[in-house]
Every structure is written in C-alpha cells, then in structure tokens.
Design a protein around this ligand. Sequence first.
Ligand SMILES: Cc1cc2nc3c(=O)[nH]c(=O)nc-3n(C[C@H](O)[C@H](O)[C@H](O)COP(=O)(O)O)c2cc1C
Length: 203
Amino acid sequence: MATLLHLDSAVFPQGSASREVTAAFVQTWREQHPDGEVVYRDLAADPLPHLDAAAAAAGAEHPLRAELAAELAAADAVLIGAPMYNFSIPSTLKAWLDHVIVVGLNVGPDSPVAGTPITVVASRGGSYAEGTPRADAEFVQNYLEKLLTSMFAAEVDFIVPELTLAHVNPQMAELIPLAETSKAKALTDAEDKAKALAAKLAA
Ligand SMILES: Cc1cc2nc3c(=O)[nH]c(=O)nc-3n(C[C@H](O)[C@H](O)[C@H](O)COP(=O)(O)O)c2cc1C
C-alpha cells in the first residue's frame, strides 16, 4: 500500500494553479492506488506555528516536529504545492520545512527520506525560466532543489505552471496563450508523473 504525503500552501483556496495541478496529480495517484493512502495538509488553511526556541532546542523530542517527521518518513512519495510569493516559497511552507528537518533524525545520506520522490508544483505569476530577465530571482525551484537534495537526499522534480498573472494583469494580456499552454502542460505533467511514480513504486 503506497502512501502519498500531499501539501498545499497557496493562500487562495479557489483559482489556484498549484492546487489545481496537485489535485490532478492526486486524482491520478488515487486511480493507480485505489487502496493507497493520501495524507493531506493544507498549510494555508491550517498553518503550523513558526519554529520557536523550544521547538528548535527540543529537536525530535518536540511532539509536533516528531509527528511531521514521522509523516514524511512514512511517505512513499511527496507532493508539494509551492506558489511563488515575493520570489520565494510561502512562509507556511517554510514553517513546515523548519519543523520537519531535524538534524540527528532525518538529515544526511542515511535519511529515511533518502530517495523519496518529491514533486513540487511551483506556480508563479511571471516567468523565471532560464534566459528570461528575472531568471536570477528564482528562489523557489533553486531553493527547494538545493534544500531537499542536500538535507534528505530526496529525488526532487518540478512542475511549473507560470505566467498565471497574465489572466488578471492587463499588461500581460499578450502572454495569455503562453500561460494557457503552461497550465495545460502542468496538468499533463501531473498525470504523467503520478502514473510514472505508481509504476515505479509497484516495481
Ligand atoms: C503575496 C504574493 C506574492 C507574490 N509574489 C510573486 C512573485 O514574486 N513573483 C511572481 O511571479 N508572482 C508572484 N505572485 C503571484 C503568484 O505567484 C501567482 O498568483 C501564482 O499563480 C500563485 O499560485 P497559485 O495559483 O497556486 O495560488 C505573488 C502572489 C502573492 C499573493
């Protein structure tokens, strides 16, 4: 029985590209794993507290940190909705990371998370693709890739619905076709990746 840990962090419950794409991933995942389990956290609706001194000092002895770390360790695959806010990840997702990364428990090459596939849906209003003027301000993919591989030795993969603001910002109106193509590709990628993961876990 496969377990998927699914996190969303977009502040808006409706009209969210990352939520739509993670939902498509989960739907395909469930079709592939009818008896599987999906553990869900909506970090925007139910935010975790910031890491405080007590939690930082207690490490794995802290009940919430232990619970989050156990949830992550038990997951066969992880799916994270990570919209770009001010060039980076939502603070609610950062709070989850600050709690769940516990030195002495799950950090390093022998981490229980090592090799776990982590799919990140990194939605953003603009484009930060290589070669674009804002490529140097991309602190979602670059950050999460570096963090999750170096802390957990996880296998990190991204789906990037971009230019989502084209639909609401008149100055970006000419980019609407590109935004629609990006969204359609993200939905297809989500289904393909969920299927590929299912096949890999079943092998
Ligand atoms: C607080 C906030 C900050 C944002 N900062 C950025 C940004 O730095 N760069 C960007 O391209 N879009 C930015 N956006 C736009 C979002 O990335 C865009 O609306 C995206 O689609 C949000 O993800 P979602 O569709 O999954 O909710 C910001 C949106 C909000 C609400």
